[in-house]
Design a protein around this ligand. Structure first.
Ligand SMILES: *Cc1c(COP(=O)(O)O)cnc(C)c1O
Length: 400
């Protein structure tokens, strides 16, 4: 494969809605991605928290291949086993009652918004449809989820926006109460804001929000698209905060690399979403569900999740010791790294790439979302590479 050709062709024909790094990835195995020259990269990005079992995990590949040659797709007019099996497993794991499947995080959040409004309108009549979201949140790129996203940078030039969204600063319970009125049907939030800079919500704020919303019968929509499916060391990040939401959305890591979105609902919410209320052509696709079931096999394995917790602790402790690191944020294997002022996270990311380590950024922070299969040695290697980059960092590199 000719890397230069791949880049040129892409630049000419693919709509450039992304700022891409000039790197072509050709293959991957486990924690390692390879470029066309065979250069190896230790991948601490998982395709933004997606390939939770690393590249081409044999059990995942076998499950997907088996379903692919059995029945790759049918419409939602008919029953297939993988979809129901996956829904049942998700309900057993989370304590929720019903699942709707779509294809992405944004789509899952759209479904969650619809379900919350339907519940509220059925129960209280029209007009009770406002969704409160948090500043610095990220909920997707479709028009409703873009509106829900509490960051002005994403809003420019795409109006007019949907009505019925209201924003409050994350962690400010007084502001949340202030924003609450008889039109509000739900609060939507990420327990750890991912794109907003890998910031975990304050437990006291969450506790107050949960209690207050319960009193008002305002639904709690946990956007677990990035935090869910084991990423933070528990299946849902909500578990760290000790509550079960009314609606939870999953996507990124759930499929292990295949596109999936899921809206998990309690019975009291789901009972309002009857036939005809929502749909998706590809949602619940058997191949995708087979892949997700292979991911759940690992996430339900106690030893596997112990490793996630141990590696997260090892990685966080190691990062805190590195030069120029002022704070390590997030939860579990959702890691944000704040660097001293004057050091650009984007430039450090590029230098790591040069040295064979792939990492991400979020706002001003470096960000790591490694596959959940990582070993002690993988963490040591990543710390060594980032450590070398930071030890040799001259602040002028960034400034000049
Ligand atoms: C990535 C992300 C989304 C959007 O998911 P897509 O699959 O890109 O539509 C929504 N919410 C959160 C918290 C995310 O991290």
């Amino acid at each position: 494969m000719n890397g230069e050709k791949v880049i040129k062709r892409d630049d000419k024909y693919v709509a450039h809605t992304y700022g891409r790094s000039p790197l072509v990835l050709e293959k991957g195995r486990g924690m390692i991605a390879l470029d066309p020259q065979g250069k190896e990269y230790l991948d601490f990005t998982s395709g933004i928290g997606v390939t939770s079992l690393g590249y081409c995990h044999p059990d995942w590949v076998a499950a997907v291949e088996k379903q692919l040659e059995t029945l790759p797709h049918t419409s939602n007019l008919y029953y297939t086993a993988p979809c129901g099996k996956l829904a049942k497993r998700l309900c057993k794991i989370t304590g929720m009652d019903k699942v709707f499947f779509g294809n992405s995080g944004a789509e899952a959040n759209e479904g969650a918004i619809k379900a919350a409004r339907k519940y509220s309108v059925d129960k209280y009549g029209p007009g009770r449809s406002t969704i409160i979201t948090l500043e610095n949140s990220f909920h997707g790129r479709t028009l409703a989820t873009l509106t829900a996203t509490g960051q002005e940078v994403f809003h420019q030039d795409f109006g007019p926006f949907n009505q019925g969204f209201r924003y409050v600063p994350a962690g400010n319970f007084a502001a949340l109460k202030e924003a609450m009125d008889e039109t509000v049907c739900a609060v939507m939030f990420e327990c750890v804001q991912g794109e907003g800079g890998v910031m975990a919500l304050d437990p006291a704020f969450v506790h107050n929000m949960v209690n207050y919303c319960r009193q008002q019968d305002v639904l709690l929509i946990a956007d677990e698209v990035q935090t869910g499916a084991g990423r933070t060391g528990t299946f849902l990040a909500c578990e760290h905060y000790g509550f079960t939401p009314d609606i939870a959305t999953l996507a990124k890591g759930l499929g292990g690399g295949l596109p999936i979105g899921a809206v998990l609902m309690t019975e009291s919410v789901a009972q309002h979403m009857g036939p005809g209320s929502h749909g998706s052509t590809f949602g619940g696709n058997p191949v995708v569900c087979a892949g997700a079931l292979a991911v759940l096999d690992k996430l339900e394995d106690h030893e596997f999740m112990l490793n996630v917790a141990d590696r997260a602790a090892q990685l966080r402790a190691g990062l805190a010791q590195l030069p120029h690191v002022t704070q390590v944020s997030g939860l579990g294997l959702m890691v944000g790294i704040q660097l001293e002022e004057g050091i650009s996270a984007a430039e450090v990311r590029a230098a790591c790439q040069e040295q064979g380590l792939l990492v991400l950024t979020a706002k001003t922070r470096l960000r790591m979302l490694p596959p959940l299969i990582l070993t002690r040695l993988d963490v040591e290697r990543a710390l060594e590479i980032l450590g070398n980059v930071l030890t040799n960092w001259k602040k002028e590199e960034t400034e000049g």
